[in-house]
Write a protein that binds this ligand. Sequence first.
Ligand code: LER
Ligand code: MN
Length: 279
Amino acid sequence: MMKLCYVATTPDVTATGATAYSGPLEPFFRKLHALGYQGVELMVRNPREVDLPYIRKILSENSLEVALVNTGRVFLDDGYSLMLPPGERREEARQRILALIDFAAAVARPAPVPFGPQINAGLLRGRVAPGQNPAEAHAWVVENLKYVADYAAQKGVRIALEPINRYQSNFVNNGEQAVALIRQVGMSNVGIQMDVFHMNIEERSLAGSFITYRDWITHVHVCDTNRLAPGQGHLDFVEIVGALDALGYEGYLSAELDTPEQERAAELTAAHLRPLMRQ
Ligand code: LER
Ligand code: MN
């Protein structure tokens, strides 16, 4: 059975405007549980600044799993990415990502079924800089992704590579490019996270892409065409949820929304999606 979660930042994320709820976590977790959510996706910048026992306590009190640790702020706020060439910054970036993998393994307990603890590599993979040789940038990503995926495999953590639309990234914009990169990396714990916001821009068909990439998909971000709550734009969630259900997808639908009214959006998301999901 598919499950529903919502993205929330941990307090180490201080920048405003994240595509997530930001604020006191305890009342928000209580609200998510009351609305029928089974999990949360934690958007984390530096896990060393996060009070892990406290987060675990409020998760457990509200029967919530951690579906995935989102790493977008690590790139946006600190500039660390998988595209860095050998050197001091790359070493720092690798250490930060290994810390995020340890955090995912420690916070996602019990591990969510069927995919276990995961971190994503969305914006984290970096952007090819003007004048940079794209083939060289690609090679650094393969090398760094292999390195962190190898560590993640030892910790039982999956990495979900998220295709990002062309207006936010110039590297891996669609499922086809994600699969090609995953094949090059050659690690069985690297899969794909599809985000319907990016898919709506880059893929020919939403349902068709879910079918094509079904063997790789371990997490799905949902929002409507305008990145508001499902139901507030013109995506067909009967088709989206129906397609994933028909494929036997049993992972999370995770609401990643761009709105100042995250609490209201959590209500709207549950009201629109829960009736479409088998309970
Ligand atoms: C960014 O647009 C996004 O979709 C995030 O999930 C990236 O980590
Ligand atoms: Mn996303």
